[in-house]
Design a binder for this molecule. Structure first.
Ligand code: BGC
Length: 392
């Protein structure tokens, strides 16, 4: 629906990571069939208590995507209404994550002022969350040129956050900020840590105790949360975030904003499939895709690349971060496209969500109002099977 170059670019890094990761998921004993899934792995309890995501009001949430993160609200067919917030609360979520493309609504030269009409629209969304008893994360989304030209955009990024923070300084603690959705290459680790620290300092000048969500490079990968994100040690109001779309050949199958590697549909979760599935000719040009499908067709469920081991691997990496830093962890996006059959989507959603909860992570489902959606904003109805997988 919307070809975003940043999303297309997500591939390279995500895929390499995916291929490497799946290659090591081989230590689970063989099983003869794909279901039932194995018993949940025991999860070590960190020795120092971590602030619970429940106490932050960020335990179970949903992304209100494709609205304020579109170039202009409505461009991608989604305009937020008060009914959305009512429905989210009624369904049983405790928060929303609000992706916002501030960079499209601010001056490109100093003082980088944010358009007041747009800011009022963000205020309206925050008001809706508060009046419905929902926490809300205001997430700066799709600032693509910050990735490609970080130095040229550094002052502007910091100025955006200084304005947002000052403007929202009197909001209750249930309003959190997320500095940047999915930072990624060519932005480098050192650059990101430096820019992020400067923006955080600008936020802290007016909001010393506001919850701030931070994520690492490579599209907010669990690995970069664990290995490269620098959390200021004296700041006790940080949440570390990662996004979870593995196995990406399942969650993003047939997505029109992805390249040809992803065009093979009919991938189930968990594998193996009842009938072998061959990748499309164009997808098969990539060696890692061939290898993934070979294993998908052959390996039993516990160690199938479209199976529980892949999910556990990702969640364990994020949990390593929590154990080392005692910073609470948030899985800010996870979701599966509707090209997958709904039984598989429900199985993946349930397993990912439960695995996150066992590890004490908060989460937000990626509901973009488009093909990942579980809530139809036009008819105000939920996909009940998927909603149950999230909440029951
Ligand atoms: C991006 C969306 C994309 C989703 C799943 C989000 O972070 O903003 O454009 O559809 O991830 O790939």
């Amino acid at each position: 629906m919307f070809a975003s170059s940043s999303v297309v670019a997500r591939l390279g890094a995500a895929l390499a990571a995916c291929a490497a990761l799946l290659g090591c998921a081989t230590s689970v004993p063989p099983a003869s069939s794909k279901v039932p899934a194995p018993a949940p792995a025991a999860v070590a309890v960190p020795s120092v208590p971590v602030v619970s995501m429940k106490s932050l009001g960020l335990e179970r949430g949903i992304n209100l995507g494709n609205a304020l993160d579109a170039p202009d609200e409505g461009d991608w067919g989604v305009v937020l209404t008060g009914s959305d917030f009512v429905a989210v609360k009624k369904a049983g979520f405790d928060h929303v994550r609000l992706p916002v493309r501030f960079s499209n609504h601010a001056m490109t030269t100093e003082p980088f002022s944010i358009n007041s009409t747009f800011m009022a629209r963000v205020d309206w969304a925050i008001d809706q969350a508060i009046s419905n008893g929902l926490s809300i994360i205001v997430d700066l989304h799709h600032y693509a040129v910050l990735m490609t030209e970080p130095e040229a955009n550094r002052a502007r990024f910091v100025a955006l956050w200084k304005q947002i923070a000052e403007h929202e300084r009197d909001r209750p603690p249930s309003v959190a900020f997320e500095l940047c959705n999915e930072p990624t290459a060519p932005l480098a680790v050192d650059e990101w840590n430096a820019i992020m620290t400067e923006a955080l300092r600008a936020v802290r000048a007016s909001n010393p105790t506001r919850t701030v969500v931070l994520e690492g490079l490579d599209w907010a990968s669990a690995k970069n949360l664990r290995d490269t994100l620098i959390i200021p040690e004296t700041d006790h109001h940080i949440v570390g975030s990662f996004h979870m779309y593995q196995p990406i050949l399942f969650t993003h199958q047939g997505a029109d904003f992805m390249p040809s590697e992803f065009e093979t549909t009919g991938v189930v979760f968990p594998g193996p499939p009842s009938q072998p599935l061959e990748p499309s000719a164009r997808a098969a040009e990539k060696g890692w895709v061939n290898e993934w499908f070979r294993r998908y067709n052959e390996e039993p469920a516990p160690r199938n690349p479209s199976g529980p081991a892949t999910i556990d691997n990702q969640l364990d990496v994020a949990h390593d971060f929590l154990e080392r830093t005692h910073v609470p962890v948030y899985m800010g996006e996870f979701g599966a496209i509707d090209h997958a059959d709904s039984t598989s989507r429900a199985a993946w959603i349930r397993m990912t969500r439960q695995g996150a909860e066992r590890r004490g992570f908060g989460w937000a489902y990626w509901d973009d109002g488009g093909r990942f959606k579980i809530y139809d904003r036009a008819s105000l109805t939920w996909n009940q099977v998927l909603l149950d997988a999230l909440l029951r």
